[in-house]
Design a protein around this ligand. Structure first.
Ligand code: GLU
Length: 297
């Protein structure tokens, strides 16, 4: 099988930027003859809110986005993540750092901000045994060296693999592990998502190889931003389908806004997602963020 997917976290309503990424993921998949799958990324229970998974699915359907098969729900797959991790012991290590320790160590001179500073990478078994007495460890990927992947918009991605967290210290599977295990399980070979995840790609490509699966082709698409150039958020006003509906802008009109932002329709032109599919051309996609202004309240 060959498939693309959209993988939202049910932590709130999808906004126009999220919906645009979903439309693009659907267009990339369908125009290349792939299946299109929905995955519900609900592992972080502190952020998940009841009802949003259903509302998100309804909003995607209102735009005409169709999915194959049943959604894959991450919270039902914890055993699969544990199994995958159990096969990776040679490529992982226990990490006892608190967030604060990492922030402090990472801000020291000659460190790359945002990257794990390596504190626990070479602990001896005795040191680990000692630390386990006071704190349960997270599990990190043993990163280092570069990894490459192909991106349909950015070309060849080459990046250093960070020691990303695979299991949190509360025992839960972390995003980077779940996303790779699930894409491999679902035979996803095309990953279209926001370009805020570009930096996560080398580690995910490495992990995919370690799990013995083929690395997908990626397309990291530009995000939507507000008038200040900051990534769009729900507080930016009428940027969700429900808020737009209150102002008389229905899902069809929202699809037109998204299509116009992708240069696939004229402003105000009625279109269906099938029309967009016929017009879709990767080479002509805008590479800049979508600036959404003038929709306060
Ligand atoms: N769940 C992630 C998000 O909502 C997407 C992860 C992915 O596409 O790899 O940003």
């Amino acid at each position: 099988m060959s498939a693309g997917r959209y993988a939202p976290s049910p932590t709130g309503e999808l906004h126009l930027g999220n919906l645009r990424t979903a439309v693009l993921a659907w267009l990339f998949a369908r125009s290349s003859g792939r299946d299109f799958l929905l995955r519900i990324e609900d592992l972080d229970q502190s952020r998940v809110r009841p009802g949003y998974a259903e509302q998100q699915a309804g909003d995607l359907a209102a735009l005409g986005i169709t999915f194959d098969g049943e959604p894959l729900v991450q919270s039902t797959r914890r055993d699969r993540y544990d199994e995958a991790l159990a096969g990776l012991t040679a490529d992982t290590f226990e990490c006892f750092c608190t967030r604060r320790e990492i922030a402090e160590a990472a801000s020291a001179p000659h460190r790359t901000p945002g990257r794990y500073p390596g504190t626990c990478r070479e602990l001896t078994e005795a040191e680990r045994a000692e630390r386990r007495k006071t704190r349960s460890p997270a599990i990190r990927l043993r990163g280092g060296a570069t990894e490459t992947a192909v991106d349909l918009l950015h070309g060849e991605l080459v990046g250093m693999v960070d020691d990303v967290v695979l299991r949190r210290n509360d025992g839960g599977a972390a995003y980077n592990l779940a996303v790779v295990v699930d894409d491999a399980h679902s035979e996803v070979d095309q990953v279209v998502r926001g370009d805020d995840l570009l930096d996560a790609t080398p580690a995910q490509a490495r992990l995919t190889r370690l799990l013995g699966a083929p690395v997908p082709t990626y397309a990291h698409v530009p995000l939507a931003v507000n008038a200040e150039g900051v990534r769009l958020a729900k507080r930016d006003g009428a940027v969700t389908l429900s808020r737009l509906a209150e102002r008389g802008v229905d899902a069809a009109a929202a699809l037109t806004m998204i299509a116009a932002s992708l240069a696939l329709a004229e402003p105000g032109e009625p279109v269906t997602i099938m029309d967009l599919s016929a017009r879709f051309d990767v080479a002509r996609l805008p590479r800049e963020p979508w600036v959404i202004t003038g929709r306060p309240g």
